[in-house]
Ligand binder design. Structure first.
Ligand code: HPA
Length: 245
């Protein structure tokens, strides 16, 4: 079964034929909302809205541990995370879709591990390649097959939020090698790895990052919504394509 975590702009999946919803409790508390079980075409899917169905949970307060644990506990075998991001790299402007291959974690103070200490030996998981290549490849292959341009590879800088960045912070992140910036990439990906759940992200560039291009003097929120709406229709088509993969 495929798990899909929808971010800003994707709190629902229009093409998901929902059979039931389930409130799942976990040792880490409650997930962002009930899990929606259903089918997209021939594919069994469970969907979770990362920020809650009413988009009420800010990125730093998402219970990432409960979300990942809940998905695993219902038998999900791979996870696609959909996330909106700001574009730093020159070819990643608003409306672009990208499947990142690397992460830099600038978040702090989040519950970012299932290891709470004292309950067994410390385990260090390998995180050299933070995303599962087979899930990345599947997304990219589908996009190519249906003629949807998606960039292969980007370094995803995860910031704490909920405020957006300063122009200087974006300059620093670019100096570090970041191509896109978002607020939810971590600890989600790290927790998926701890659970050994194959995980990849499909990111939608909603805006130029602070200080870049038409965000030079500020990010215009009015335009962001329209970009996301249009791009999410393309995301849905790619997810539908997973059915044949
Ligand atoms: N910065 C951080 N997170 C984001 C952005 C951004 O510019 N756009 C969408 N999510």
């Amino acid at each position: 079964m495929l798990g899909i975590i929808g971010g800003s702009g994707l709190t629902q999946l229009a093409n998901l034929d929902i059979s039931h919803r389930e409130v799942v409790r976990t040792p880490y508390g409650e997930p962002s909302g009930p899990l929606s079980f259903g089918r997209i075409g021939c594919l069994d899917v469970v969907f979770l809205a990362r920020h809650g169905y009413g988009h009420t949970i800010p990125p730093h307060l998402v219970n990432y541990r409960a979300n990942m644990h809940a998905l695993e506990s219902v038998g999900v075998s791979r996870v696609v995370s959909v996330a909106s991001v700001g574009g730093i790299r020159a070819d990643l402007g608003p409306g672009k879709l990208v499947v990142p291959h690397q992460i830099i974690d600038y978040t702090w103070g989040r519950e970012m591990t299932f290891q709470s200490g004292g309950d067994g030996p410390v385990v260090h998981v390998d995180f050299t390649e933070p995303y599962a290549e087979e899930v990345r490849r599947t997304l990219l292959d589908i996009a190519q097959r249906i003629g949807e341009p998606v960039s292969d590879g980007a370094v995803y800088a995860t910031t704490q939020g909920p405020r957006l960045e300063t122009a200087a912070e974006i300059n620093r992140m670019q100096g570090d090698g970041a191509d896109i910036v978002g607020m939810t990439g971590m600890p989600e990906a790290g927790l998926a790895r701890e659970l050994d759940l194959p995980y990849a992200a499909l990111c939608v560039v909603a805006n130029w990052a602070a200080g870049r291009a038409d965000s030079r003097h500020g990010i215009k929120f009015e335009e962001l919504e329209a970009v996301l709406q249009e791009a999410m229709a393309r995301v849905r088509r790619i997810i539908e394509g997973l059915c044949e993969s």
